[in-house]
Write a protein that binds this ligand. Structure first.
Ligand SMILES: Nc1ncnc2c1ncn2[C@@H]1O[C@H](COP(=O)(O)OP(=O)(O)OP(=O)(O)O)[C@@H](O)[C@H]1O
Ligand SMILES: [Mg+2]
Length: 281
């Protein structure tokens, strides 16, 4: 694999509200601090809130890319913490289920934009909907966030199962949020034992994030945590250093173009041939 192609990392979860957006924005900030040029895509389309968490003023969203042929550079917002954001659009029902033509438009746009970035981060919606499967399988690395709650654990397993069996994604990075070191390990072991037994997957435990009131406080103030807020800031730095220093996934070689097209072709496999032909012509 050519390391000059941008690394594409998706952040997903089975259950909602487990901390995906919190992880995504802080991971983006950490990579930017390490000197990487980062684009964070808010792919929780229809219920997007990266912009809200960061207190950004947006002029448009992915919707304008699809509906108005807007240029990507007119939609991207630069965050003061040193990375770019492509807003996802909120309250727009049509975005919750992209059709194949819309997926192709996003693919083309991001493939062009990819050359300007070292890292593309995709904050997806929760669950196993089409958009989630599309974005998560388009990435080189799929990160799954969960908490120790049994419902979060079973939903994370369901997401991993569907991605592996339907989208050929077999390697996952796992982050357990709102926990401590011991419960984080116990939760990961539970996920691993059932995944090892029933699925053909490799799970890489990146680590845990402590539960702390400073997280909620920072989100309420629409700002990112800093090292001086609480122990969570430095903890996140270490966690994301671990994640970013993992070697790139050579089994999914080919770079951004490969991943997006691979994702699109698995979508095309699921629709009638004539419709697929029409959509791609
Ligand atoms: N480590 C933590 N400590 C304390 N509270 C946390 C922590 N992580 C997340 N939270 C709380 O959980 C809420 C949800 O976080 P976030 O919006 O990142 O989740 P999400 O997975 O992106 O949700 P959605 O599925 O709706 O997109 C936050 O507003 C915050 O209050
Ligand atoms: Mg979110």
């Amino acid at each position: 694999m050519n390391d000059s192609t941008p690394r594409v990392i998706s952040v997903s979860s089975g259950k909602g509200g487990v901390g995906k957006t919190f992880v995504s924005v802080h991971l983006a900030a950490q990579a930017a601090r390490m000197g990487k040029k980062v684009l964070l895509i808010d792919a929780d389309l229809g219920l997007a809130n990266v912009d809200v968490m960061l207190g950004l003023h947006t002029g448009g969203s992915i919707r304008n890319l699809l509906a108005d042929d807007a240029a990507l550079e007119d939609l991207i917002v630069h965050c003061e913490r040193g990375f770019d954001v492509l807003p996802g659009g909120s309250g727009i029902y049509e975005l919750t289920n992209l059709n194949v033509t819309e997926q192709q438009t996003i693919l083309d746009t991001l493939r062009d934009a990819g050359k300007d970035y070292d890292l593309i981060l995709i904050d997806t919606a929760a669950g196993i909907g089409d958009n989630v499967l599309y974005f998560a399988s388009a990435a080189e690395t799929a990160v799954v966030v969960l908490t120790p709650d049994p419902t979060s654990l079973t939903d994370a397993y369901a997401l991993i199962k569907v991605l592996s069996q339907q989208r050929d994604v077999h390697r996952f990075m796992v982050i357990i949020n709102q926990t401590d070191e011991i419960d984080g390990h116990i939760t990961f072991k539970r996920l691993l034992s059932v995944a090892d037994r029933y699925l053909d997957v490799y799970l890489d435990y990146i680590g845990f994030i402590p539960q702390h009131p400073s997280v909620r406080q920072a989100i309420q103030q629409q700002r990112l945590l800093t090292d001086s807020d609480s122990a969570v800031g430095p903890h996140l730095n270490r966690l994301f250093n671990t994640l970013l220093s993992r070697p790139r996934d050579h089994s999914r070689s080919g770079g951004l173009q490969f991943f997006w097209e691979r994702s699109l072709s698995s979508t095309l496999d699921e629709i009638p041939a004539e419709a697929a032909q029409g959509a791609s012509s």
